[in-house]
Design a protein around this ligand. Sequence first.
Ligand code: C2E
Ligand code: MG
Ligand code: MG
Length: 536
Amino acid sequence: MYDFNRFIDLLNKKVNTLDYAIDLVKEPFHIGKIVVEARDFSMPLVSIKSESISEKPIVVYSNENSVISFYSNKDGYSYTNEDIFDINLLLRLISLSIHTFVLTNKVREAEHLSYNTKLFNSHGYISKLVSMADTIDGRDYNSYYINLKGFGLINKLYGTDLANEAIIRYSQELKAFALDDEVVGHLGGDNFVAFIKRSRAEEFVNMISKVKVFVGRGKRKLEINLTSTIGYDEIKVKKIDYSSIISNPAMACQYARNTKKPVVKLTDELVEMVNSIKNIESTFDDEMQKGNFVVYYQPKFDILSGKIIGVEALSRWINNGQLVPPGMFVPILEKNGEIVRLDLFVLENLCKDIHNYRNMGHNIVPASCNLSRRDFEIEDLEKRVIDIIKKYNVKTEDIVIEVTETTNLEENERLAKFIDTMNQNGILTSVDDFGTGYSSLSVLRDFKVSEIKIDRSFINRDILDASDEIIIGSIINMANRLNISVICEGVENEKQAKFLVNLGCNKAQGYLYSKPVPKLEFEAMLQRIGTYHDEN
Ligand code: C2E
Ligand code: MG
Ligand code: MG
């Protein structure tokens, strides 16, 4: 019998870290003719070869640099059956201890760290902040909530593995940025939090707004640009309120997402707005009656002549004197099905305005309004749209209905039917946010629409490079060849406008020309700038 009781005792009592297990046998340990020792191998082995002892040394377990091995201290010694039995027993004991350790550690880690990225999870993030409480002043800090833009699409395009890797790389950038008295965390998915010194706010936002990461290996190595939507809160008290340290910037981030803004700061007005928006489900009817929903107009321009060629009607909600953008209430109304009321209300207002404007003897440009996907659940949607247009004696060619693409087959069939009926009645249709769905190209083939509106995400980039040129260029080309008119939304500067003209698209809508404005302002603009009719 070999005397390895001492070793087993040590294992049972003291092995609470992997390094310690290796430490235990750092000094060669003799069991009869067998030697147990840990050696530096400088290679990461994690295998446990407990069955094979014919090759020497036997690797039991290793961390990054060390292995525990067994070998005979006598040259030419061949193991007896008894040796083999004992060694196997030992190996099992060691491996059991190590597994137990690894497992306990994992559990401990999981409580505080995000599994994937090893950044703090929400629990760890708050625990860390609590541990810093005595040494910091909250007023020196901003708390952030960060969501990656379009991460769903990245998942679809590159697959879950590469998308996860992108998240890990992004986390590493976050972690590298944070100083010792700052904290970053990963709440899961594409949501992150950060507690950063206010003096470094600008630097932080610049860094995090756009992070370039490389994923995959070898030839499959890909560059992915991750852009963020950021909500933040400037902490105003010395002692941090842990209950709102995540939810406050989260509210600002949600607002930023809904209104498609890159960075939003939490303000008292924002909190008030968000809280009252929550009630829209119950107050919608009332608010409609009170005339608190209004229509804004955003003109569409011919880039070359600078004339107005069309206009889009966009809804706004005046809530306690504040103008609420549709991104905040449209999704809620879409959920509860009230959206169709709002959409037909916008159409009706638009038709009323066109009617009055024509009566005043002015030139008209085609005017569009938006329909939500949920509207198509209404059986007689077509009739209701046409009835409104007829009611105000509006020429059908003056109206454009903007619809969005969908991946759902049934929805597509319904949409195709709607477009057909509009076509039969001479009403133009346009595909809004073109390119953001996954079925864009088949949209061109399957739907007989008159126009596509290229989504602003295509043009809204710092640098428009060769691949943008190819992508946007081929969309424009294809549409032109199919006799579908193309307009690009979200044009904010001359460079983008020029870029479009060079690719054969002369129609644009965006802040470069005008934001959405109230009716009277739009009418003044029509008078001042003139429409394409004035040229002919
Ligand atoms: P959309 O139909 O794609 O409308 C264009 C949105 O882009 C408008 O936001 C407009 O203000 C904004 N925009 C225009 N030019 C620029 C630009 O140069 N840069 C940037 N960053 N943004 C620009 P808005 O009015 O907040 O509307 C957001 C979305 O809400 C609309 O997107 C539309 O999908 C929806 N929406 C608005 N009104 C209605 C409505 O009455 N019914 C339905 N169903 N949806 C609506
Ligand atoms: Mg639209
Ligand atoms: Mg759009």
